[in-house]
Design a protein around this ligand. Structure first.
Ligand code: 5AD
Ligand code: FES
Length: 347
C-alpha cells in the first residue's frame, strides 16, 4: 500500500469504505495469524519514573502520586498466578525506575524462565545497551518500546531531555541482541497530522516489527499536554484521538505488517469499556494483555485517566477477557504466541 492509499483510508468516513477496510484487515489477520488470541499477563512492577514525557501520568515531576515498587515475592506470586491462568507470556512493565537495579531484573527473568514455560517480555523504557544485553542473556524474549510518533519534531517535543534518535537506536539494539521487538504509537497526540500517521505505518513495515501497540492518546490532567490542549485549539490537520481512528490505524497496520502481533490495547478499552477490545480484535488485532497487577497497585499505575480494569482483580479480568474472546468466536492462544515465521525465513 502506498502513501496515497494509506492517506485515503485514514481520511475516509464513508461507512461502505470502512466496512471494506475492516473486512480486508480481518481476512489478513485470519490468514496470517489465525483465530487464536494470545494473552499476555501485564504486570506493572513499579510506577517510579525518572523521565518527564508530556503525555504520561507517571512522569517524574508529577507530585501527589504515591509511588510503589513491587517486591520480588509479590511479583513471583503474580507470575505463578498468570501461568496458572494459562497465559503464555508475562509482560514486566514499569516507568524508567532508577531504583530497579538491572541485576534484580536479570535474576527475576532467570527465575521465571527456570520455573515456568512463559515467554518474558520487558517494557522497562530506555536502557543502556549493556543492560539490554544482560537481560537478554538472562532469558528475556521480547522488549516493548513504543516510538509514540516517528515525527522527529513531535517526538522531541513530547519527550523533553531525550537525546535525538535515542528510541530508534534502542530499537536497533534490541533487534541486534535477538529480542522480538515491539513498538507502537499513540493516535491523536496534539500536533499529530494524517501525514505523520502515514509515515508511522510505513515505518512499521520498514522496521519489520514483531509487535505493534496502537492506542488513543488520552489526556491526563496532571501533564503538560493536557494543559496545552486546553490552551490551543486543534490545528486543522489534527488527527482525532477517537476509537474509529485507532481502529483504522490497527487495520492498516495489519495490512502493512500481516504477520505482526497486534494487541487490542488497554487504552482502547478505556475509551470504550463496552466493546473497545472487541472492535480492535475484529479489525486486525490478535493479542490481549490482561492486567495481572495486584489491585492496590493498579490504581497507582496512573498513565492516563479512566484506565480500564483499575478496580478489578486479575481473576475478574481473566474471566472477563475469556468470555469476550469466546463471544467473538475466536479461540484463546496456547503457548508463548511469538511472531509467526515468514515462509522465506528472512527478515
Ligand atoms: N494516553 C494514552 N496512552 C498513553 N501512554 C502513556 N501515556 C498515555 C496517555 N496519556 C502509553 C504510551 C506508552 C504506554 C506504556 O502507554 O504509548 O508507551
Ligand atoms: Fe479487566 Fe474486563 S478485562 S474487567
Amino acid at each position: 500500500m502506498n502513501r496515497h492509499e494509506l492517506l485515503e483510508w485514514l481520511r475516509t468516513d464513508d461507512p461502505r469504505s470502512l466496512q471494506r477496510l475492516w473486512r480486508l484487515a480481518d481476512a489478513a489477520r485470519k490468514k496470517h495469524v489465525g483465530d487464536a488470541v494470545h494473552l499476555r499477563g501485564l504486570l506493572e512492577i513499579s510506577n517510579y519514573c525518572s523521565r518527564a514525557c508530556w503525555y504520561c501520568g507517571l512522569r517524574g515531576g508529577r507530585r501527589g502520586l504515591k509511588r510503589y515498587r513491587m517486591t520480588r515475592a509479590e511479583i513471583e506470586a503474580c507470575v505463578r498466578q498468570l501461568a496458572a491462568f494459562g497465559y503464555g507470556t508475562v509482560v514486566l512493565q514499569s516507568g524508567e525506575d532508577p531504583g530497579l537495579a538491572p541485576e534484580r531484573i536479570s535474576r527475576l527473568v532467570a527465575w521465571i524462565k527456570a520455573h515456568t514455560a512463559l515467554a518474558v517480555t520487558l517494557s522497562l523504557g530506555e536502557q543502556p545497551r549493556a543492560v539490554l544485553r544482560q537481560w537478554r542473556e538472562a532469558g528475556a524474549d521480547r522488549y516493548l518500546l513504543r516510538i509514540e510518533t516517528t515525527n522527529r519534531r513531535l517526538l522531541a517535543r513530547i519527550h523533553p531531555g531525550e537525546p535525538h534518535g535515542s528510541r530508534m537506536t534502542q530499537l536497533r539494539w534490541l533487534r541486534q541482541l535477538g529480542y522480538e521487538v515491539g513498538s507502537g504509537i499513540m493516535v491523536g497526540i496534539p500536533g499529530q497530522t494524517y501525514d505523520m500517521l502515514v509515515k508511522d505505518l510505513l515505518w512499521f513495515k520498514t522496521m519489520d516489527l514483531d509487535m505493534i501497540g496502537i492506542g488513543p492518546f488520552i489526556p491526563h490532567p496532571d501533564t503538560p499536554l493536557f494543559a496545552l490542549r486546553r490552551k490551543k485549539p486543534p490545528a486543522p490537520g489534527q488527527v482525532p484521538a477517537t476509537e474509529i481512528m485507532v481502529n483504522k490505524v490497527v487495520a492498516l497496520a495489519r495490512l502493512m505488517c500481516p504477520e505482526a502481533n497486534l494487541p487490542a490495547t488497554t487504552a482502547l478499552a478505556s475509551i470504550n469499556a463496552v466493546s473497545g477490545r472487541e472492535q480492535a480484535l475484529s479489525h486486525g488485532a490478535n493479542v490481549v494483555m490482561p492486567n495481572v497487577t495486584p489491585q492496590q497497585y493498579r490504581v497507582l499505575y496512573d498513565i492516563y485517566p479512566g484506565k480500564a480494569c483499575v478496580s478489578e482483580t486479575a481473576e475478574v479480568c481473566h474471566a472477563c477477557i475469556r468470555r469476550r474472546i469466546e463471544k467473538l468466536g475466536r479461540t484463546i492462544g496456547s503457548g508463548p504466541g511469538g511472531r509467526v515465521k515468514r515462509k522465506s525465513g528472512v527478515r
